[in-house]
Design a protein around this ligand. Structure first.
Ligand code: ZN
Length: 151
């Protein structure tokens, strides 16, 4: 079922399990996250940086720009979060998706010349990954090394 509204919740760490219809916002780690609004259950992480997403809070509700395009999920849903409401957008063609990705890459190149652009997002995700889950120690060590190798 498609959500029409998205409530927000300010948190320090993004929880490992997200509730549908809630946009979790960590100002500490400049990251927002929510479950895909189409109801498919995929987690959408939106880092807040000058070249990723921008969040506007008017004291009651939140807008995020630009739009959320979940091209890597099977649902390929595309929507805007505008003052806590979901505005569904058309599906992009493969060409439009590619063009959007090129734009993102170019923007990042300009913004982060030689700087590490990935730390903000990873810092927010690591605590979520490390919440108690029954997994072998080796598995988590591999994840940890993967995530921290660039820091
Ligand atoms: Zn979806």
């Amino acid at each position: 079922m498609k959500n029409a509204d998205l409530k927000h919740e300010f948190v320090e760490f993004i929880p490992r399990l997200l509730e549908d219809g809630i946009l979790y916002v960590s100002m500490t780690y400049a990251t927002a996250a929510h479950n895909c609004c189409c109801g498919c259950g995929n987690k959408v992480i939106t880092p807040l940086t000058p070249t990723d997403w921008k969040l506007t809070y008017n004291g009651e509700s939140i807008s995020i720009t630009p739009s959320i395009g979940n091209w890597s999920f099977p649902c390929q849903s595309h929507y805007w979060i505008k003052w806590g409401r979901i505005k569904w957008s058309g599906q992009w063609s493969p060409e439009e998706i590619a063009a959007g990705r090129d734009r993102d890459r170019l923007a990042k190149k300009v913004q982060f010349k030689g700087a590490d652009s990935t730390t903000v997002n990873e810092k927010a995700i690591i605590p979520a990954l490390l919440l108690p889950v029954k997994q072998s120690r080796g598995f988590w060590r591999r994840i940890w090394e993967k995530l921290t190798v660039k820091v």
